[in-house]
Write a protein that binds this ligand. Structure first.
Ligand code: BV8
Ligand code: ZN
Length: 244
């Protein structure tokens, strides 16, 4: 009987004592959260890259906070989906496990993942531009975005996420790469692979001779680079992959 890509991927995972997972917006799509580059990624005709920048916040903090509060409301109503849950099970079975997510929605932690690094920050955390304090921040009850969120010190708060043009947290990046170079299998799930430096992970894995598996709805720029590329919905495929 022909060995399917799922069989090959499942075999790689079962044999691995150490597993690295990289996720992107696609893993939260089945929780109803718009992806970044998909058709549903637009808000009031702004593209995400128009708004997720320091310049956008400097020019119009009210508009940027309105976008983040809109996203926070969608995420608060959302639930982790079977893809998030399958990764929780994988972590329980692997001897060594690390999940690096590009997502800021916090759904992996809500699903029960433990060893999670949030490369681009968290949408429910804000940071004070004046004193640097970080704190949990939820959207105002009313949709009116009259006042900008302020710190107790009076400073303006910004979302504690990494915007385009901002450097990623070097400690997180270093921890992720150190783990990656010592792992046997890297699963790359639900990312279009266009945002750097996360997009460099499949290349680094291949260079280190690590087996790479991609799970994505459609082919991406890394599909020809990985050892096994499986197309379909993460919520359906990951449970199949990870349940031996
Ligand atoms: C930095 C937080 C440098 C904010 C985000 C080198 C080359 C080219 C460009 C650059 C480069 N170096 C830096 C850049 C610029 C930039 C960049 O990469 N730009 C891109 C657009 C070209 N990178 C940066 O600015 C980064 N910083 O490198 O610093 C530097 C150095 C010194 C000094 C100063 C600076 C910082 C990037 C971080 C940006 N912040 N998020 C917020 O969320 O509000 S990125 C944002 O995109 C999200 O985090 C998102 O997760 C991430 C990546 O996108 P994806 O997750 O892949 O989502 P996308 O919608 O694209 O794709 C979804 C995928 O899922 C699709 O493939 C789809 O098919 C699939 N899918 C959908 N449904 C399903 C599914 N798959 C499975 N099942 C499904 N059901
Ligand atoms: Zn402050």
């Amino acid at each position: 009987m022909e060995t399917t890509n799922i069989d090959r991927a499942r075999d790689l995972i079962i044999r691995a004592r150490s597993v690295f997972v990289l996720t992107g917006a696609g893993i939260s799509a089945e929780s109803g959260i718009p992806t970044f580059r998909g058709t549903d990624g637009l808000w009031k005709n702004y593209s995400t890259t128009d708004l997720a920048t320091p310049e956008a916040f400097k020019n119009n903090p009210t508009l940027v906070w309105e976008w983040y509060h809109w996203r926070q409301r969608i995420i608060s109503q959302a639930q982790p989906n079977p893809a998030h849950q399958a990764i929780v099970q994988l972590e329980k079975h692997a001897e060594r496990f690390l999940l690096l997510t590009q997502n800021v929605d916090g759904l992996h932690v809500r699903a029960g993942s433990k060893n999670v690094l949030e490369l681009h920050g968290n949408i429910f955390r804000a940071r004070c531009l004046l004193c640097g304090a970080t704190l949990r921040h939820l959207p105002p009850d009313t949709e009116q975005e009259s006042d900008l969120p302020r710190c107790t010190c009076g400073g303006l708060l910004r979302p504690d996420v990494v915007w385009f043009g901002e450097t990623i947290p070097q400690d997180i990046w270093h921890t992720a790469l150190t783990f990656l170079t010592k792992t046997e299998v890297a699963i790359i799930c639900g990312t279009s692979g266009v945002v750097w430096p996360a997009a460099s992970i499949p290349e680094i894995a291949r260079h280190e001779g690590i087996a790479t598996i991609e799970v994505n709805l459609e082919p991406t720029g890394i599909s020809t680079m990985v050892d096994v590329s499986i197309q379909g919905k993460a919520g359906k495929l990951l449970p199949q992959l990870l349940h031996n």
